[in-house]
Design a protein around this ligand. Sequence first.
Ligand code: ADP
Ligand code: MG
Length: 264
Amino acid sequence: MIEEVKDPVIEVHDMTVTYNRKPALWNADFAIPKGKLVGIIGPNGAGKSTLIKAIMGLVPLSSGYARLFDQQPLEAVRERISYVPQKESVDWDFPASVMDVVLMGRYNRKSLFRWLTKKDRQIAQEALEKVRMEQFANRQIAQLSGGQQQRVFLARALAQQADIYLMDEPFAGVDAASENAIMNILLEMRSSGKTILVVHHDLQSAYKFFDWIILLNTRLVAVGPKASVFTPELIEEAYGGQLSILTKIGHLLQEETLPVREPQ
Ligand code: ADP
Ligand code: MG
């Protein structure tokens, strides 16, 4: 089930990524409309991180390409895209204050060495307030809890004022309060027209919050509105025989009694 999209903001064409000749992402081909909150779902090692790195041009492609805002190359639109990497992939032990990290969102490739203006600092301050971390502005990032760190990374992304956000597991290692805070901000960003792709591992909250789902297991299993992707058949196809997940999703669909479209 791959939904057709008119005027997409993200197009991925025949994209294959291999590491040491082993495919991590196989021939992915889909498009995403503007203004959706999109969950990227699939088992461990399914290629979720690889997919967003490939869209960002951070890993070499064996084939295919991504096109953002109908523009190529990526460099032409890079400032309009914000990428939040998976937390464990970044060494946050280096000495940087919370405000330093958020201000990083105000630098870009074109003007890495320009001075930060008062406006930049104001935007960073507002982003920190949005994630309710302003009282930690001078704290070292390494001293924060996992949930607080994720909120700071979200503030850095907000400070960038991008149009597309690609976030790799922003809810990993996050307490319930931070999870709610982050989810509310994502919903608010969507309301203001941003397109947001989020790698996420919990099917239940994915079903509750996301508009669209990209279901992945090295190859693309399905892409589209959540009601057409969350079918027992497609979930089983992505997760194989992981019974606990199938039972969970079965309950979820029963509880919601939402119309579930048959896969085409
Ligand atoms: P996910 O984010 O869905 O857990 P990844 O995209 O991180 O999956 O990884 C997909 C597959 O590619 C996995 O089998 C993983 O072991 C492998 N892989 C990821 N990054 C590398 C790398 N830098 N070198 C070699 N193999 C990698
Ligand atoms: Mg990953």
